[in-house]
Design a protein around this ligand. Structure first.
Ligand code: SF4
Length: 328
């Protein structure tokens, strides 16, 4: 009887390819995706398509506050930006081992490629992650398996390594060719992935971590949208950058947030994360006016409203220097 595997998938090329390469070697498997608030693109359709093609059920498990805690205070530190890759992998592997036990599966498969990511995909890091997560001997990385120490499933003789590819390093050429062979046509674009590896996003998240104990889901969602300004120690202004963002901000702003929109001019929709005092409303209007089609010294009329009150306020646009003083 062939073994049963848990496939850790992200929607990216490597993890979907790893599942495809393994199809003939297992009797059954589960494609397991740990969903986190820092996914740059929605990869659900890629995972769904691959799961259907390979006849593996797809299981989505959201990562909760325990994940946010490690992003805020990682034991092993950050990569280039706010990406705590080692702690992130340790947590995911821990949860994957729990899942494996619940499903009585035999081993865990990942799409990791030796030498592809500097922080988490080198021999030392892989060993550390396995030891600290309790996944020692359980992880099989089919794309690079022929360069790596064999996990228990290989030692047992249940799977032979002969037919597996020999992939390592940062080039994706071999994976793209193999994906064509296996009919994996849709996967996350290379620019997608994890927001924590991105400089701009990391700066905004770091500022938010300094302001709140643990950010709420809406605060994390809003980090992906608009230009961000700290207009008082407690208040933040978010200014839409285009029509899509303007509509989105207005639609998702909770009732205790204040929406500000120009009445007559073309310009952005902005939101403040509370009902601010008049002084802060003027600041918000001055910054927002900077992004309208106003002429110099023209007074722009704005409407503002939230779940409780509404009104009008006017302001000329702040200068670039003034505006940048508030920028996060
Ligand atoms: S890139 Fe992001 S999701 Fe991937 S291991 Fe690093 S922190 Fe985790």
């Amino acid at each position: 009887m062939k073994p049963v595997a848990i496939f850790l998938v992200s929607g990216g090329l490597d993890s979907l390819l790893a599942a495809a390469v393994m199809r003939e070697h297992v009797s059954a498997g589960y494609m397991l995706h740990f969903q986190n608030p820092f996914e740059a693109v929605d990869s659900l359709e890629y995972m769904e398509e691959a799961a259907e093609k390979l006849s593996f059920p797809l299981v989505i498990e959201p990562l909760g506050n325990d994940y946010l805690e490690i992003v805020k205070n990682p034991r092993h530190g950050y990569g280039k930006n706010l990406n705590p890759c080692l702690d992130c992998r340790i947590l995911q592997f821990k949860k994957a081992v729990e899942f494996l036990k619940r499903k009585n599966a035999d081993f865990i498969v990942t799409g990791e490629v030796l030498g592809q990511r500097p922080m988490s995909q080198n021999l030392r890091a892989m060993k550390l992650i396995e030891e600290e997560s309790g996944a020692g001997g359980l992880i099989f990385r089919p794309l690079s398996a022929r360069f790596l120490p064999p996990p228990d499933i290989i030692k047992s003789g249940a799977i032979s390594l002969d037919s597996f590819p020999k992939i390592k390093g940062r080039s994706r050429k071999m994976q793209i060719e193999l994906a064509k062979e296996y009919g994996i046509n849709k996967y996350e674009p290379p620019a997608g992935g994890c927001l924590l590896t991105m400089k701009e996003y990391s700066r905004k998240l770091s500022e938010l971590f300094n302001k709140s104990s643990l950010p709420t889901p809406i605060e994390l969602t809003l980090l992906k949208i608009g230009r961000h300004f700290r207009i008082s120690p407690e208040n933040k202004l978010i200014v839409g950058r285009n029509q899509n963002e303007n509509e989105l901000l207005e639609r998702i702003a909770p009732p205790d947030y204040t929406v500000i929109r120009p009445l007559e001019n073309k310009g952005p929709t902005s939101i403040i994360d509370s009902l601010p005092c008049k002084k802060l409303l003027f600041t918000a209007a001055g910054i927002s006016a900077r992004y309208t089609d106003s002429q110099e010294d023209e007074k722009i009329r704005f409407i503002y409203y939230n779940g409780k009150v509404s009104g009008e306020i006017s302001s000329t646009a702040f200068s670039i220097t003034q505006t940048e003083e508030y920028r996060i």
